[in-house]
Design a binder for this molecule. Structure first.
Ligand SMILES: Cc1ncc(COP(=O)(O)O)c(C=O)c1O
Length: 405
């Protein structure tokens, strides 16, 4: 008789690409009574955040904090740099580029979309050609998503800057690092990124609810030319507050700030370079397992070339409806939740059930990733989904090799 014992009690594991697993230190830092928002500990602690945020983003420039999700950061960045009638270039390698573009369109900005599909990164030569052809400089900004969480493609923002420079074009380079910050290497100043947006709920390991816009002096100069900027989104008082209230355009997100303080302490105690290396190694272990599974003919990674894959998220396919079956089985039986496919097929169609994603961002370590992979291996067996053997062997070799190297 089949053994139908459920194995899901115990600590569950949310392996979706954000919100990510929260460290106990973050949760504990938030577990407190409301602080005074006018003076004292919270006010003093908040003053320590911008410098440590800048260290994560590798910039010497400015940062504004918003009480919002990533969509709010998108809108804030656009509101401080563009006006109705401006044009932006939006290269796309996944859904989030469309989303940011649509938000700009809703603000009256003209969008020029360059869609590179769901399995390819930006084609820098085409972007450069387009910018060269824009001799009257109608294009005011290029909106580049670093890691598109829907496809798990990572775009080379340094090369995007080179493409803009090769065209000798003054457009701002605006980057969405919502999925990548604190996971994939990102060098705001060295790569010449003018504006960067991110959220707190992925690599920064804080519950969703605050977001950040980093901007350099070139972007600040553009902001200074705008005659009208939404009072709430205006980054000027937030980045240079004369008094505490201005940081947040109103009441501070008190508990999020304590959580963020704890998360930044963890990141800097580990060291940002080491944080990136950890993500890179864990990602390689995941890909090694996926390579083995894909020998069975059913599972495939969305991005074929490892150098184009994010270290924070992996998008996968299985013949529909097996991806949904696998997610359901793992959650119900093992307490392991994988991400849904996003933007790969329209919702409410049979194809939608052929995609899923793994989040491996933020507070993740070797044993968690081995648990994730072991869980998937188990689910593939339980559901009789064809898969190659040796996935865990391959993953553990990557992790062991990284340690002995
Ligand atoms: C790359 C990217 N951009 C933008 C967003 C939107 O962020 P939010 O859902 O916090 O509004 C997300 C969220 O997953 C994302 O991954």
């Amino acid at each position: 008789m089949r053994d139908s014992v459920k194995l899901s009690a115990g600590r569950s594991y949310l392996a979706i690409p954000g919100p990510s697993v929260m460290p106990d230190q973050v949760l504990q830092a938030m577990h407190r009574a409301s602080p005074n928002i006018y003076a004292g500990e919270l006010v003093e602690m908040t003053d320590t955040l911008p410098e440590d945020l800048r260290r994560v983003a590798r910039t010497k420039h400015h940062v504004a904090i918003y009480i919002s999700n990533g969509h709010g950061a998108w809108e804030a960045a656009l509101s401080n740099t563009l006006k109705e009638g401006d044009t932006v270039l939006v290269p796309a390698s996944g859904s989030f580029a469309f989303g940011w573009g649509e938000m700009a369109a809703a603000l009256g900005v003209t969008i020029e979309l360059m869609d590179f599909g769901r399995q390819s990164p930006f084609d820098m030569a085409r972007i450069s050609e387009r910018l060269k052809a824009d001799t009257s400089h109608q294009i005011k900004a290029v909106l580049g998503v670093h890691v598109d969480t829907s496809t798990s493609i990572r775009n080379d923002l340094n090369a995007l800057r080179a493409a803009i420079d090769a065209a000798d074009h003054p457009a701002l380079l605006m980057a969405d690092c919502i999925a990548s910050l604190g996971c994939d290497r990102f060098e705001m100043d060295d790569w010449g990124v003018d504006v960067m947006v991110t959220g707190c709920q992925k690599g920064l390991m804080v519950p969703a609810g605050i977001s950040f816009v980093f901007f350099n002096d070139k972007a600040a100069a553009v902001r200074a030319t705008l005659t009208r900027v939404s009072r709430y989104w205006d980054w000027v008082p937030r980045a240079n507050p004369e008094w505490f209230y201005q940081y947040f355009g109103g009441t501070a997100p008190t508990h999020h700030l304590y959580g963020l303080r704890a998360a930044l302490d963890l990141i800097h105690a580990e060291g940002i370079e080491q944080v990136w290396s950890r993500h890179a190694t864990l990602a390689r272990a995941i890909w090694a397992a996926c390579d083995q599974w894909s020998e069975g003919g059913a599972l495939a990674m969305n991005v074929a070339d490892p150098s184009l894959r994010s270290h924070a998220v992996t998008a996968l396919r299985l013949p529909s409806p097996r991806a949904t079956d696998l997610r359901g089985w793992l959650e119900e039986n093992l307490g392991l939740t994988l991400g849904i496919g996003l933007g790969m097929a329209p919702p409410n169609t049979p194809e939608w059930h052929g995609f899923f994603r793994l989040g491996h961002m933020g507070h993740v370590n070797g044993h968690m990733i081995l648990g994730l992979l072991g869980g998937i291996d188990t689910g593939l067996k339980a559901l009789n989904i064809p898969h190659g053997a040796g996935a865990l062997e391959a993953a553990s070799k990557v992790l062991a090799g990284a340690q002995s190297a």
